[in-house]
Ligand binder design. Structure first.
Ligand code: SF4
Ligand code: SF4
Length: 466
């Protein structure tokens, strides 16, 4: 391989993955090992495994978690929600939102560094593969800066083909949350011409994930992710962040330099070269920092080598770095906690009050009522939807009302899981002295005996009974 000049990290030259002129500063983070790197690897393996398995898990014979957009139903760990239950998703999403806000206030960007799918897939699959196929940071940079040799062409080709396969895996995991895994498996085995729409989706998602993980990478966190942009308002001086202990580290100096008194930072820049967003943690907390902890492990490694205590770069709060005490419980934590509790209570009550079926009394269109001699007839239909995962039997029981005769040909219908039926209901009353009034029909689930729904309507007839 031709000998080429390695880009050198000069102080202040590698402050971000974007240069001052807006062009991309391609980041090639160095490998790092340490307690946080090992813990993160374990977390990534567990999360990738969990995300890949979740669409295949069943609760009561239904997917544990699936958003079946085509049939407008949502499976959530045993509960089956349909379009009418969309309001429950509001509580679910706001609950997740408030939890994330609370966690960020307490633990900073722990979500970004440890469990965001962007980080997990990039650092847990794509980057390790890149290291296997292209070598260390130095080897990668040397190769990138060098001419297109056979070795470079083969390595790059194999790497990108492998990236496409990994992107296809991520795309199929993603699709598994929207279509049934059985259908997905059949589609994977069949020809694209049998299901062009699904194939187009899988192809487009694979292309998007490939572009993201092979090229866009940290730019998503830095420039696109709204959660990343919110850090400046969610984090305060008591939030846990990854930071550099300026009091202990400054002024920087080489260990051999004994002419001046200096701090523990030997200005080796190891914390900079391992950073996946290309920043220098010694410049203070920056929005580009995803709290990946790589610089903690990198600096700890150096501290051990030079015989100093670890923790020059560490998890701490801004107050902690200034030498002040940590304050875990503070007003904003209580506010977020209160909002979370309110949301959780409302969501729990809403979920508990939700029935596993729906029934609506609908007037037959175009015929408000029919007068037949001395009688007035109102024709309705009951639309019954079974939202549960089993076939159910129901009993339809009109509430007694003086002078009304209910005719319900099928008063004990059976309805298949996630299906609906429409049943005719005719209500007859005397024309003489007719008074418009409300009617109530109770529908009970006799299979479970646990739920009942009241369907209501209004009886119409000639004004004044004429
Ligand atoms: S500054 Fe440290 S914690 Fe932040 S992204 Fe860079 S390496 Fe990760
Ligand atoms: S790794 Fe530690 S010692 Fe080296 S430059 Fe970073 S903070 Fe200083």
């Amino acid at each position: 391989m031709a000998k080429v000049h390695l880009p050198v990290v000069e102080p202040g030259s590698m402050q971000s993955s974007l240069r001052s002129d807006g062009s991309r500063n391609w980041v090639q983070p160095a490998d790092v090992t340490g307690r946080f790197s090992r813990a993160r690897k374990l977390v990534f393996v567990l999360l990738i495994g969990w995300w890949a398995i979740l669409p295949w898990l069943r609760v009561d014979g239904r997917p544990a978690l699936q958003l079946d957009v085509e049939h407008r139903r949502f499976f959530l760990f045993g509960a089956t929600l349909n379009a009418q239950d969309t309001y429950l998703l509001f509580f679910l999403l706001t609950g997740i939102g408030f939890s994330l806000i609370l966690v960020t206030t307490l633990l900073g960007r722990v979500w970004c560094g440890w469990s965001c799918p962007q980080t997990v897939f990039l650092e847990g699959m794509f980057r390790p593969l890149e290291r296997i196929l292209e070598g260390t940071r130095e080897a990668r940079m040397r190769r990138d800066a060098g001419p297109w040799t056979l070795d470079k062409t083969v390595r790059k080709t194999v790497k990108h083909l492998a990236f496409v396969l990994l992107a296809a895996f991520v795309a199929h995991v993603f699709v598994g949350y929207f279509v049934s895994t059985k259908a997905l498996f059949q589609m994977m085995r069949g020809s694209p011409s049998q299901h062009p729409e699904a194939f187009a989706w899988a192809f487009a998602l694979t292309a998007i994930f490939y572009g993201n993980f092979a090229w866009f990478r940290e730019q998503l966190c830095i420039g696109l992710c709204p959660y990343g942009r919110l850090q400046s308002v969610l984090i305060d001086k008591d939030s846990l962040v990854v930071g550099y202990d300026t009091q202990r580290g400054e002024p920087r100096g080489k260990p051999k330099d004994t002419s001046t008194k200096h701090g523990d930072c030997i200005d080796c820049k190891r914390c900079v070269v391992v950073c996946p967003t290309g920043i220098d943690i010694r410049n203070g907390l920056q929005l580009d920092c995803t709290a990946c902890t790589a610089c903690i492990d990198a600096c700890d490694e150096i501290m051990v080598k030079i015989g100093k205590p670890i923790g020059l770069v560490r998890y701490d709060s801004a107050s902690g770095f200034e030498g002040a005490g940590k304050k875990l419980l503070r007003p904003r934590v209580f506010v977020y906690l209160a909002l979370m509790v309110i949301g959780a209570v409302v969501a729990t009550v809403s979920f508990r009050r939700r029935t596993d079926f729906e029934a609506n009394l609908l007037r037959v269109q175009g015929i408000p009522f029919v007068v037949e001699g001395p009688l007035v007839k109102n024709a309705f239909t009951i639309h019954l939807v079974n939202k549960s995962s089993q076939k159910m039997r129901y009993v339809i029981e009109p509430e007694a009302s003086a002078g009304l005769v209910f005719n319900i040909p099928l008063a004990e219908p059976e309805v298949e899981s996630m299906s609906g039926i429409t049943l005719p209901v005719t209500i007859t009353s005397a024309r003489a002295g007719f008074v418009q009034r409300g009617i109530r029909i109770k529908i009970r689930n006799v299979t479970t005996g646990k739920s009942e729904v009241m369907a209501t309507g209004t009886l119409l007839g000639p004004m004044g009974g004429m």
